[in-house]
Every structure is written in C-alpha cells, then in structure tokens.
Design a protein around this ligand. Sequence first.
Ligand SMILES: Cc1cc2nc3c(=O)[nH]c(=O)nc-3n(C[C@H](O)[C@H](O)[C@H](O)COP(=O)(O)OP(=O)(O)OC[C@H]3O[C@@H](n4cnc5c(N)ncnc54)[C@H](O)[C@@H]3O)c2cc1C
Length: 295
Amino acid sequence: MRVSEVLQDNLKNERTSYSFEYFVPKTSQGVLNLYERIDRMRELRPLFVDVTWNAGGSAGQGATSTTEMVAKANKVYGLATCMHLTCTGMSKATIDSALEEAYQGGCKCILALRGDAPVENEKWEATDGGFLYAKDLVKYIRDKYDDYFEIGVAGYPEGHPEQHDDKLLIAHLKEKLDAGASFVITQMFYDVNRFLSWVELCRAYGIKAPLIPGIMPISNYASFMRRVKWCEINVPSEFMAKLDAVKDDESAVKEVGAQLVAEMCKTILELGHIYHLHFYTMNLEKSTRSILDRL
Ligand SMILES: Cc1cc2nc3c(=O)[nH]c(=O)nc-3n(C[C@H](O)[C@H](O)[C@H](O)COP(=O)(O)OP(=O)(O)OC[C@H]3O[C@@H](n4cnc5c(N)ncnc54)[C@H](O)[C@@H]3O)c2cc1C
C-alpha cells in the first residue's frame, strides 16, 4: 500500500503511524552499527524508513551509498523504504542510475528534493542539463516511471532560508504536488502553533495531500541549538526556558527534551486530522524510542 493511502486509511480508522529517517554513516563501523539499530527499531513497526541523500550539502562521503542502504533495509530487514534524491550536483545520467538502483533495490517511494548547496558553495546552482527545482525532479520521475514510485516532497512551516514569503512557498509546494507528488514531509519545528497555522494555510490554498510533521528529537543541547539556527526556526519561550534550565546536564536535556517533544506530538495527534509522525532519528535509537514510549 502507498504511504498516502495508508495515511488516508489512518484518518478513517483513527490509527497512528510513524516513520524513521536515517542518514549514511561516514565509517564502515558506523554502517554496521546503524544496521543493527535499524534491525532493533523494526519492532517499533515503522510504516517506512527513509535514507537521506548527501544531506547538508555533503558530497556523498558516506561509507556506503543511499541506494545500498535502501536496498538492504528493504531486502534484508523487510522494511518499506523511501529514498531521498536531490538535484544537487546531479546530472540526468546520475539521477537515472540512482532511480534504477532504487528500483532494483525494491524501493517504491522517492522523496524528491532540490538539495542544499554543496558546503563549499554559497549559492545553490543546477548542474549543466540538471534540474533547477524539486518540482522538475518530481515531473521527471513521473514521466520516466509513470506511477511505479510514490513521490513525497519537502514542506517548510516556518519558511525556507531562500524564501520567507509563506504564500509563495506554499504556491511552490503546490507546484510539486501538481507535478505528481502525493505527500509532504515538513522541516523540523518546535513551534506547534506555527505548524498548525501552516497546515491551515496549505488547506486554504487547495493542498489536500497528507502533511507529515517532521519531528526532531532532542538528545543534546548544543546540537539542538545548532539545528534550530541552521533551519531558522522558532522555539517557543516556555520550551526554550525548560531546556535552558538543564542545559549543562546531558541526561536531563534528554529527559526534558523527550517530554517537550512528546507533548508537541500529542497536541498534533489530538487534533484528529494528522495521524502520522516522521522522526528524524539522526541515527539514534533512544531519543526516538523515548518519545514513542511517552506517547
Ligand atoms: C523532509 C526533508 C528531507 C530532506 N532531505 C534532504 C536530503 O536527503 N538531502 C539534502 O541534501 N537535503 C535534504 N533536505 C533539505 C532540502 O534539500 C533543502 O531545504 C533545499 O534547500 C530545498 O529543497 P526542496 O526540495 O524543498 O526544494 P524546492 O521545492 O525546489 O525549493 C527550493 C527553493 O526554490 C524556491 N522555488 C521552488 N519553485 C520555484 C519556482 N517555480 N520559482 C521560483 N522559486 C521557486 C522555493 O521557494 C525554495 O526557496 C530535506 C528537507 C526536508 C524538509
């Protein structure tokens, strides 16, 4: 069953589901550890797992490839997979081989993204003959593979670093859906009210596709602060105050962070129209488990 269909089904049956995002580790030991973790986290029964594509503008310096990890998750661990694919530094030929490898690896879902600029470049630029926007990649996948792949795209409840006009950003999101995508995963956020206003605005603009909240657990104060800055997102003052109060005690940060994020998830689920949570696991097991335990 397709992600968007399961989510429609969740809505009818008031059932909750979630998915786990992983990235390719830099060392081969890291890859082995991650496979063990993915295996253990299977018991949480994620609807799907997804693997990022050179996230943060890194140039694919992982110890294995995204396509290899997706194939293993699928064929060895029996998990439904979603493969991220970006346009950064990608020619049509490299996109073609990534899609072919995804297909061969049993993957049936692609999260189509433009990608971040490579770390050494200030501005994002398309490659010669490559794609300019995620919507162009969505269209390309649809044209080449018809309905074989389900396609998801990224949404930004608090704006995108290159575009702060909410309405324009939603118009660009709609273009990606109109080009053939069927669900949206959002950028991380901690301000649930801003997320909810964005959901309303999307619906007002005629977006009917499932909007999946991207949930970033908090396992460390410094990385929490770094990510908030990188993604240019707001942290409500009560939320910040609770974390600030324990910032020098790592285990208290984990505890308070899990509590705060679990409360945020609960608020979302209690609305009664969003039944799926997407966890940015950051390849860690405990912080995601800890939130799920509380839910
Ligand atoms: C859930 C999620 C997963 C991610 N995974 C990865 C990953 O695996 N690897 C990675 O490198 N990055 C990843 N990213 C980051 C993402 O690649 C960056 O945020 C990137 O800067 C934008 O990608 P996009 O797909 O949203 O691009 P787009 O939708 O193409 O938008 C890019 C910019 O162009 C603008 N734009 C779009 N269409 C038009 C138009 N018609 N005219 C003018 N302007 C337009 C948009 O407003 C936006 O500012 C992820 C982000 C999210 C939210």
